[in-house]
Structures are given as C-alpha cells and as structure tokens.
Design a protein. Structure first.
Length: 183
C-alpha cells in the first residue's frame, strides 16, 4: 500500500474572491458591478426523492430530481458622497424586490475575481432586507437572489488568455508532482 502524495494546493482561498454583477442593459447586456459586498454565499441545493425498491435489500436510495440555485449576500448600502443618490445597481435590486412579473426578475452573473474557472450567470428573483441597527451602525442590506431557471456556466471575464498564468501554475504544479512521484 503506497502513501498518497501530499497535495500541492496549500493556500486557502479568500472569501472575497467573488465579484457580483447585474445586467443593467435592455437589449444588449451591460454589466454593472454590485458594490459593497461584505458577505457572499452562492448555493446549489438538490431536491432528492426516495427511489428505494425491493432490489435495494433494505438500503435507502434517493435520486436528485431538481436543482435550485441562490445567492445570499450582505451589502454595504452605497450612496454618492455629494448627491446622496443610492448606487444604481443596488437600487435596481431594491426596486426588483418590490415588483411583480418581469420587473421582479434580474439578470446577474458572478465569478472568481482572480480569473479561476468558477463563473456563472442566470436570472433571479430578489429579496431586499435592510438590517437596521444602532445609531453608530452602517446601513447594510441582506439580499437573496433566488434562481429563476438554470444557472449557466460562463467563461470568466477575468480569465487569463489560454496558456496564461493559471495554466502555467497548474502545469508547473503537475510537473512538480510528477517529479515527486518519480523520485
């Protein structure tokens, strides 16, 4: 029995690696940064149905029949320092949360701001919940984006060109692992 090679990935990714953008265009996508993100938690939740049969000999069996995606985020509510007007992207989220029909749906995308492969977009319904607080607290809002339809994988807009830095790092890491294994 051999001992597994220790992983080369020893750094811990930072939670702030995500960037959230909102499509503010009408016919052609115009992506606008949603500023002030303090917390960001994307989720995919499967619906599992029991599919146990006599053939399973008493062992439970389940099958995934549906996937649901959502994003829970906490935002520092941003406004212009002189006009005091709230940020347009954040305001669009707030207004969607108070609307019906097509106006209640937003087109969002999120991706790893260091260019990694994790990047998605989709349509979502918005829940906007001001958190309130004491006189010395900042104005923060809990925003939940509940997927309406599929969350689609996209190319990360910040990904380096093919054969760029991330590919070189992965290639060097693989080469180093192969040397260790061969030694």
């Amino acid at each position: 029995m051999s001992t597994p090679t220790p992983p080369a990935e020893t750094e811990t990714a930072l939670a702030r690696r995500y960037r959230l953008e909102l499509n503010t265009g009408t016919t052609t996508p115009t992506w606008s940064l949603v500023p002030g993100v303090q917390e960001f938690a994307p989720k995919v939740e499967p619906t599992q149905q029991k599919s146990t049969t006599y053939d399973d000999e008493g062992w439970a069996d389940s099958t995934v029949t549906e996937l649901a995606w959502s994003i829970e985020t906490k935002l520092a509510h941003r406004c212009h320092p002189e006009t005091r007007v709230f940020n347009a992207a954040q305001e669009r989220l707030r207004l969607a949360s108070e609307s019906f029909g097509a106006a209640s749906r937003v087109h969002v995308r999120y991706y790893d701001r260091e260019g990694r492969d994790e990047a998605y977009e989709g349509y979502a319904l918005v829940t906007w919940e001001p958190e309130g607080g004491a006189p010395d607290d900042l104005d923060t809002v809990k925003v939940t984006l509940t997927g309406k339809g599929p969350r689609k994988k996209i190319a990360n807009p910040l990904a380096p060109p093919a054969g760029g830095t991330l590919a070189l790092v992965a290639e060097e890491s693989s080469a180093a692992t192969r040397k260790k294994v061969a030694a």
